[in-house]
Design a protein around this ligand. Structure first.
Ligand code: SAM
Length: 221
């Protein structure tokens, strides 16, 4: 790589790190506040029934960007063997207290090196929308790699085009980045998934906001 390309690559990496630092520090600061906004019976939580209906009891499920583990990990642990991953230490500390039956890792979900064909399902609620969108393809390909065929992915992605947004959220700086619905659906397919359904769901924690939820299956063709 020539020097100019190397410098550009380094700059890109540094920017992503700064954005991730904003998200990690932000959720460390607002973990308890955010938890209070989460409801156990909102439409997004009801969608988890789709995994219960399709997977055997005890199936291995990854909750990527699990936050404090409530309500999603706590719902999943009633049926499955669940691993929750989040890079905000305070979120993981709360999750270990609130969902003692699950395994938790404090790690960036874009850096997961767990085995190929390991999970029966991967669920990710409201985390991918905080990751620079140029990393979404690699992240989805890595999810696909870790899924045991014909594993399921239940993903919350962006519904609208948003290259980058930083604003104050629950009193802290926060960062978002995502593609629109059509681009996301194409991306999921390009990454080796067949889409079972997709729907735009209103965010019960942020009036006026909505996100794309997708249930997809590792494409074995
Ligand atoms: C809006 S919260 C949602 C938490 C939980 N999934 C829920 O539904 O309540 C987003 C979570 O994703 C985590 N997150 C964002 N980007 C991440 C990354 N690259 N690696 C690991 N966790 C990440 C944040 O730390 C935060 O806890």
């Amino acid at each position: 790589m020539v020097l100019r390309e190397q410098l550009l690559e380094n700059n890109k990496r540094q920017t992503c790190m700064d954005e991730k630092t904003i998200v990690r520090a932000g959720y460390d600061a607002i973990a308890a506040k955010y938890l209070k906004t989460r409801s156990e019976d909102s439409e997004d939580v009801q969608l988890l029934q789709e995994l219960v209906q399709r997977l055997p009891k005890g199936a291995k499920v990854l909750d990527a960007g699990c936050g404090a583990g409530v309500p999603v990990t706590r719902y999943l642990i009633k049926f499955f063997d669940v691993t929750g991953v989040d890079f905000a230490e305070e979120q993981i500390r709360l999750a270990r207290q609130l969902v003692p039956g699950a395994h938790f890792l404090c790690q960036d979900i874009t850096q997961l090196t767990l085995a190929d064909n390991f999970f029966d399902a991967i669920c990710s609620y409201y985390a991918i929308i905080h990751i620079p969108r140029q990393e979404h393809k690699e992240l989805l390909l890595n999810f696909q790699r870790m899924l045991k065929p014909p594993g399921l992915a239940l993903l919350c992605l962006g519904a609208d085009d948003l290259e980058k947004d930083i604003h104050v959220y629950h009193g802290t700086r926060m960062y978002w980045s995502h593609y629109d619905t059509e681009t996301n659906l194409n991306l999921v397919k390009e990454c080796g998934f067949a889409i079972i359904w997709s729907k735009v769901v209103a965010d019960s924690t942020s009036p006026g906001a909505s996100h794309l939820f997708v249930l997809a299956q590792k494409d074995c063709a």
